[in-house]
Ligand binder design. Sequence first.
Ligand code: FAD
Length: 392
Amino acid sequence: MKALIIGAGIGGMSAAAALKQQGIECDIFEAVKEIKPVGAALSIWSNGVKCMNHLGMGSIIDELGGPMHNMAYHDGITGSVMTQFSLAPLVDAVGERPCPVSRADLQSQMVDWWGRDKIQFGKRIEKVEQSDIGVTAYFTDGSSATGDFMIAADGTHSAVRADVIGYQTERRYADYVNWNGLVEIDESIAPADQWTTFVGEGKRVSIMPIAAGRFYFFFDVPLPKGLAEDRSTVVADLTGYFTGWAEPVQKLIAAINPETTNRIEIHDIEPFDTLVKGNIALLGDAAHSTTPDIGQGGCSALEDAVVLGQCFADQFKEKGKTVSGVLAALKQYEEERRFRVKDLVLKARKRCDVTHGKDMQETQAWYDELRHETGENIIAGLRATIVSGPLA
Ligand code: FAD
């Protein structure tokens, strides 16, 4: 029984880990020769941490996770605290902590956990063929590979998605630009154990601690698509967009390294119901591409992998390691994931619009709410998202 896994991102690596737990051999194919992550870091929320533990990769999170114990919102202009609270009630309620991690380190350690030399790099899939008994992947270098089934975890620009869902999807611009990177922790910018966010004018500046004394930072600014901005103009661009903002924001802009700061126009994809066609399944961003506004894209890829493994366990118990067992497992995976992932994409989209001033009155109402927030409502929202995952 062999799976072809396309993509060695969080989705592909976690899918391979889940299938290995079910005794399935996996061949992993990755398009690039060297993985260069698009963002500096990720918040792996408690649902994602539980998945990493379940998949046997919990030690990676233990090593990379930052000490994010508190949360605060500040008025971006005056710098005054709008709300500040401990995340301990969340951790108590869901039974696991959230962990911001360096994305490059996470991906690199997941690859090393599997065995870097067992992954086939430089293999970009361009075509797939399926039959009743298996699946064949054709790569741009002219080579091909066959397996019993395929997990396409080839990201938001998936080359396999259209074959599975029957049409080409368009990515939807979310109307804002995100700059992100890492800086050394400086407590005059924000406390070293807190997720701190400055908000105002539909913009936001966020800072989270990751391991090894570093802050993950990001700036969001609502902007049209396609502006001529890049790394060479990043400090001037941010200085302009955040003129008049509080001192910690100015300090952060002064501290960033333009060479390692990413500028990303944020997109998502309208959710779809089909995640599986016969013996091919989409997983991770290939299956559900979300804005990062609730920090659940990578976490939901981890959830996909856990559920995938559970479906194979169920179906192999009933049908044995057979073709019909594989087809039933993939169908069950689709059934168990499609509503959850659609919900996450739409939830993130809603959060995105409020945060980024799509309707400034609504955004202002949210700022007013934050000034009366004790932490209870925010924790209830985070908790609801987390406990709807597979390992609640
Ligand atoms: P990817 O990470 O895109 O990996 C896909 C892999 O497939 C890549 O290595 C790629 O090279 C390879 N590939 C692509 N095409 C082919 C092909 N044709 N053949 C073979 N291989 C191919 N998520 C969170 O959980 N928490 C966060 O805080 C968070 N913050 C984010 C911040 C930003 C700015 C962004 C943009 C995203 C954020 N996300 C976050 C989302 C998260 O990054 C993604 O959901 C996650 O990386 C998806 O993993 P994946 O493996 O499905 O896709």
